[in-house]
Design a protein around this ligand. Structure first.
Ligand code: WTA
Length: 665
């Protein structure tokens, strides 16, 4: 962990600025004041199961009520609300038809070019039902897996909801992943269908989707896919395979706008979402219907303090977990109005976020630190795109997710976007946790820039050492969760052993959930600051990337003999990817090295996706290794940062190599 010296940590520990919740905000908040927070925590501490059972009854409409709350008999394969039955789509849509929300706008779709389309709850319900009936007409049924490879759209959300409605388990693959990544996920999930679009529009450019699906399916080895359903977004010319491919509009045409939801057990897998781990191939994180939905709805109320007239905007993509919990399910489950955005923050100009907030009177805005940092830079260069030029009076709450937010970016966000009126919720969580874990409550928690503050009631986070023992406040350690919680990962699809060893390691006693992050608590306040990953997972612009995945992509290139990938701190993207490469031929220099670096970058883009392209590539005759042949990544990290190596290098087999690796191609 010492390797993960984090600037954020240093700053936050010295951070003395504290921002109390505005009185007017606190007065109306769902959880108002720290006493209310403490009371909920005390309830969870005194009767853990009773606490969760109460919340699950209050927040979810159960088709069949549960009588068992938590089943720990097969730990760590925990079961929540095991004998209850529900449907996630019913809870997102149908219940809004009878509670006065039927004609309320559910989704305001802001297209890349600024065109706006809206869907009320009634309309969205009809659309999802037709979609679900269409899927059924193709023989897709409960328990089947469906891959969704789509752009941001109402149809993307409807696709997820339609799967949930018929009990099919969806697995959304981010539209920026390559054919190879898609292929790998289709095979692992054993999916029967792919839902995609002809193309996606981002920043004024159209990018292919359907042709990548074709490419993935042509890679071979896929035996399960029967259908490819295509949403017509741009109308470009695409290849169609008779019998396999169907246009979405033709599929839903003539279908009934009613579809009885398929009632599923609470533990029924709602979705699988692939994410990077420290080793090997991506892990299919499996979530359960009941627990996930409870937390999606409840954190909308607790963390975002959602109110009937709010306009909520989460800028994430449905390809990531944030888009699952806080676009596809959470906002709908609480009957909110939300903006779904197709585009990018910098098109047609870097004031697009602020302009869109003004246009749709957004009141709750949730984005990533990387976006904030890049928009700070952009408004330094071009003052016209500074938030001050746009009306932000509708805003009442801001949120941050995906990576640590450094205090400077936090202060800029607070002052320039939130006009010093809006609390900021810095939400720490993961694909595996299903929803927020450690976050301020906007009407209760005094804010400290750079700290995600305290765990939500019922979430038993702690910091321990390598043997699983608690460490005192003020001392860094490993972040764990001591008790199971409803929205936690249930298993890794197809790989229960990997689930157990990755998340419940024996070294920590086999009972604590290991988050994979380091953290430290403030001596006085007990506030948490996340200090970064303790494994070989990088966080580039809030996207999780495994160093091993990138390394194996690199060594797949015919010229590459060996590669080591490390993260390098980056002002805008948080971390950037730096690859050290040994070729099978002589080390290139000058123009040759540059050319080859470009080729390798594109290669990784094709193998994994553009987000995995190394920013820097350095060539060497070898990598720094110990005499036993272990690559010294710690030294590579120092080199990547451009710092001088002060560590003892006498155990190195080949210390001279360090000199070579200082320069990037
Ligand atoms: C990091 C995204 C600091 C962390 C929801 C975690 C954060 C990984 C924060 C999960 C935050 C997420 N402060 N770090 N507020 N939020 N992280 O699975 O390293 O894409 O383990 O889930 O992002 O990334 P994932």
């Amino acid at each position: 962990m010492a390797e993960n010296e984090s600037k954020t940590e240093e700053f936050t520990l010295q951070e003395s600025r504290v921002f109390a919740p505005p009185a007017a905000f606190a007065a109306k908040a769902a959880i108002s004041g720290m006493e209310a927070y403490d009371k909920l925590c005390a309830e969870a501490a005194s009767d853990y199961e009773g606490f969760w059972a109460r919340l699950a009854r209050e927040n979810i409409d159960w088709h069949k009520p549960f009588t068992s709350t938590l089943d720990e008999s097969n730990a760590p394969f925990y079961k929540w609300f095991g004998d209850g039955q529900l449907n996630a789509s019913y809870n997102s849509l149908d219940r809004n038809l009878t509670n006065g929300n039927a004609d309320k706008t559910a989704i305001i779709f802001e297209a890349d070019d600024g065109t706006v389309t809206r869907a009320t709850y009634r309309e969205l319900h009809a659309r999802v039902c037709k979609f679900a009936n269409g899927l059924k007409s193709r023989g897709i049924k409960k328990g089947d897996r469906v891959i969704i490879y789509m752009s941001m759209s109402i149809e993307g959300v409807a696709a997820m909801q339609a799967c949930a409605r018929i009990g099919a388990t969806h697995s959304v693959v981010f539209g920026g992943f390559s054919a190879k990544s898609l292929h790998e996920r289709i095979i692992d999930a054993g999916a029967v269908a792919v839902i995609t679009a002809d193309e996606q529009l981002r920043g004024g450019k159209s990018l292919p989707l359907k042709s990548i699906v074709d490419e993935a399916l042509a890679l071979g080895g896929i035996t399960t896919i029967r259908d490819v359903i295509v949403y017509k977004r741009t109308g470009s010319n695409i290849a169609f395979q008779e019998g396999r491919d169907t246009w979405l509009h033709e599929l839903v045409d003539g279908q009934s706008a009613e579809c009885e939801p398929e009632w599923v057990d609470a533990e029924h897998p709602l979705f699988i979402l692939y994410t990077s781990g420290s080793t090997g191939t991506p892990k299919g994180v499996q979530h359960a219907t009941g627990g996930f939905l409870l937390w999606a709805a409840l954190t909308m109320k607790w963390t975002f303090d959602i109110k009937p007239d709010d306009v909520f905007w989460c800028t994430a993509d449905i390809g990531w977990v944030t888009g699952h919990t806080y676009i596809a399910y959470g906002p709908l489950a609480v009957g909110a109005t939300q903006v779904v955005f197709e585009g990018v923050p910098t098109f047609p100009h870097a004031g697009r976020f602020w302009e869109t907030i003004a246009k749709h009177k957004v009141s709750i805005f949730y984005t990533a630190p990387t976006a904030i940092r890049s928009l700070i830079k952009a408004s330094d260069v071009d003052p016209k795109v500074h938030p001050r030029n746009f009306d932000r009076s509708s805003l009442r709450l801001l949120g941050s997710v995906g990576e640590p937010i450094n205090p400077e970016a936090w202060m800029w966000y607070y002052k320039n976007v939130g006009e010093e009126r809006c609390p900021i919720v810095d939400t720490f969580w993961q694909t595996e946790t299903g929803g927020h874990m450690i976050t301020p409550l906007p009407g209760a928690t005094p804010l400290v820039p750079g700290s995600c503050t305290l765990p939500l009631p019922g979430i038993m986070t702690a910091i321990v050492d390598e043997s699983g023992a608690d460490v005192p406040n003020g001392q860094g350690g490993i972040l764990v969760v001591k008790r199971p919680w409803p929205s936690m990962i249930r298993t890794i699809w197809n790989n229960p052993d990997r689930f157990r060893t990755s998340y419940f390691p024996d070294e920590l006693g086999g009972k604590y959930y290991l988050a994979g992050d380091g953290a430290i608590r403030n001596k006085d306040t007990g506030y948490f600051t996340i200090t970064g990953r303790i494994d070989d997972v990088l966080n580039v612009s809030g996207h999780r990337m495994g160093t091993m995945e990138i390394e194996s992509a690199l060594v797949g290139h015919p010229l590459v003999a060996e590669a080591a990938v490390v993260g390098k701190p980056d002002e805008t993207t948080g971390e950037s990817i730096c690859a050290f490469v040994v070729l099978k031929q002589a080390r290139p220099s000058g123009e040759d090295a540059k050319k080859l670096a470009t080729e390798l970058r594109n290669w990784v883009g094709k193998e994994i996706g553009p987000i995995a392209k190394p920013k820097e590539i350095r060539f060497g005759d070898n990598l720094p290794k110990t005499r036993s042949g272990k690559i010294m990544r710690r030294l590579l990290r120092v080199l990547a940062k451009g710092e001088t190596i002060t560590q003892d290098v006498s155990t190195l087999e080949n210390p001279a190599i360090l000199e070579q690796l200082k320069e990037s191609a």
